[in-house]
Design a protein around this ligand. Structure first.
Ligand code: HEM
Length: 520
């Protein structure tokens, strides 16, 4: 075939012709090499045809959660796209996702080697690194134990069921004061700007035993970088798959990303160093101390005798801190935006609070059973906003098959949580915001079966380890805000609910107003 096209090329030398033929042959052989053989009885993955070099980037870019949802309608719940030259399998549909992450959990529990991931936590991240299964499992267990033991510690003051409740209630009350003060001084506020500090203070309290003022420059510059972090590690970032894009200038270029991670790590390292110098085995103050304590007992996984470096153990605190403030502050910032967008729901939530808890005492976890509408509002917030549209990318740990399609080892896998939460087969009118969909007919309890359909914490082996803390924090902060403050638009500044795509999709930064209910 190559010989047939030679005459039309014109006056080319023999060596040029040979070179052209060799190139065509090499490319052909390479393509054959990468096109894996399909075992008997299994099918090749369906999906859109990729363009050379860039693959399907043009069809995916912008809002991958929407474009990949549209593709799932065309190709089904398991299909393949190419980002650059790299194949990526995309999973949607609750049954397929459950099959992969729960029934075939081991096979889909890996993390891919992505360029950006190596800069997170110096490549030692529990959440993003492609550690061997034994190392990851041992670190995950350690992190879960540390979280469990600290979140269930008794509060320092009477009246709190645990230290986590105490931290959240105090920060929530302070947030109300802070927003009221800013309202008096400036007439409006950016919800994310203040919520993120309050939420960061809860996780700082648990991890480092300290809190920061709402004007602390170091903490502010750190937490404000989370937008850029999420934009780079969100599923489908072309720079992770097409090397030359890493060097293009721009706001979310790799250089900025590397810088963000270095600053974040050095912030945590400084605190960890201070903890090492004042560490006392008989007085474990916080999660950092508890992890240092574990460094002395290195044989963490009795079954596989896995050895983990001190650096990796202490690095866990970096993961917990990072995951613990960005997700929760994004959720709460969206919650305030939804309260403003749906004032009649805000009114009902406040009424429920007034009737069940009253205005005198700060809401507690024990009030949850009497606040079903608030719980339903949070579930609908998770579902409708799907602010974590994809899980962190997964990777197959061995050759496998799903729904009859062959998926080779080391294939990058995207799990489309947004699709599950907006699937017409699962939800009635998925695009309308209706907390009532989660209430039983008499409106007094939450329908657990409906609640379990919402997918925002992932599922299976890699399921979020901070889920219980996340749910507790969102419930308590929101209960306190709904009890005390009525949020509304700043006149002349209509609300824009379009999300900004990233690992966590944020609401557009905006100015809102709030007044104390008792003053209305
Ligand atoms: C509303 C709050 C939160 C949401 C929606 C959320 C969601 C998620 C999701 C979707 C994943 C990825 C699951 C996967 O890859 O399949 C994840 C992983 C993780 N989350 Fe969360 N998260 C939240 C809060 C937290 C908190 C408060 C912490 C810690 C204090 C935390 C720690 C982690 C860690 C360490 C992982 C990695 C687990 C692993 O790779 O084994 N998260 N989370």
């Amino acid at each position: 075939m190559a010989l047939m096209i030679l005459p039309v090329v014109g006056s080319v030398s023999v060596s040029e012709s040979l070179l052209a033929m060799t190139t065509v042959c090499v490319v052909y052989l390479l393509l054959r090499l990468f096109r894996s053989d399909i075992p008997k009885g299994l099918r090749r993955l369906p999906g859109p045809k990729p363009l050379p070099i860039i693959g399907n980037v043009l069809e995916v870019a912008g809002n991958p959660h929407l474009s990949l949802t549209a593709m799932s309608e065309r190709y089904g719940p398991v299909y393949q796209i190419h980002i650059g030259m790299r194949p990526v399998v995309v999973l949607s549909g609750i049954d397929t996702v459950r099959q992969a992450l729960i029934k075939q959990g081991e096979e889909f529990a890996g993390r891919p080697h992505l360029y950006s991931f190596q800069y997170i936590n110096n490549g030692k991240s529990l959440s993003f690194s492609s550690d061997k299964a034994g190392v990851w499992r041992a670190r995950r267990k350690l992190a879960m134990n540390a979280l469990r033991s600290f979140s269930s510690l008794e509060g320092t003051e009477a009246g709190y069921s645990c230290v986590l409740e105490e931290h959240i209630c105090k920060e929530g009350e302070y947030l109300v004061q802070q927003l009221s003060t800013v309202m008096k001084a400036s007439g409006s506020f950016d919800p994310f700007r203040h919520i993120v500090v309050s939420v960061a203070n809860v996780i700082c309290g648990m991890c480092f035993g300290r809190r920061y003022s709402h004007d602390d420059e170091e903490l502010l510059s750190l937490v404000n970088m989370s937008d850029e972090f999420g934009q780079v590690v969100g599923s489908g970032n072309p720079a992770d798959f097409i090397p030359f894009l890493r060097f293009l200038p721009g706001r979310t270029s790799m250089k900025t990303f590397i810088d963000i991670n270095a600053r974040f790590t050095s912030f945590v390292q400084k605190i960890v160093r201070e903890h090492y110098s004042s560490y006392d085995k008989n007085n474990i103050r916080d999660i950092t101390d508890s992890l240092i304590d574990h460094c002395e007992d290195r044989q963490l996984d009795e079954n596989s005798n896995v050895q983990i470096s001190d650096e990796k153990i202490v690095g866990i605190v970096n993961d917990l801190f990072g995951a613990g403030f960005d997700t929760i502050s994004t959720a709460l910032s969206w919650a305030v935006v939804y309260l403003v967008a749906y004032p009649e729901i805000q009114e009902k939530l406040h009424q429920e609070m007034n009737n069940s808890v009253g205005m005198e005492h700060t809401p507690r976890l024990s009030d949850k059973p009497s606040l079903p509408l608030l719980e339903a509002f949070i579930l609908e917030l998770f579902r409708h906003s799907s602010f974590l549209p994809f899980t962190i990318p997964h990777c197959t740990t061995k050759d496998t098959a799903l729904n009859g399609y062959f998926i080779p080892k080391d294939t990058c896998v995207f799990i489309n949580q947004w699709q599950v939460n907006h699937d017409r087969a699962l939800w009635k009118s998925p695009s309308s915001f209706s907390p009532e969909r989660f209430l039983n007919a008499d409106g007094t309890t939450v329908n657990k079966m409906e609640a379990e359909k919402v997918m925002i914490f992932g599922m299976g082996k890699r399921r979020c380890i901070g889920e219980a803390i996340g749910r507790t924090e969102i419930f308590l902060f929101l209960a306190i805000l709904v009890q005390k403050l009525r949020f509304h638009e700043l006149p002349g500044h209509p609300l824009d609910m379009t999300p900004e795509y990233g690992l966590t999709m944020k609401n557009k930064r905006c100015q809102l107003c709030a007044s104390l209910w008792e003053q209305d």
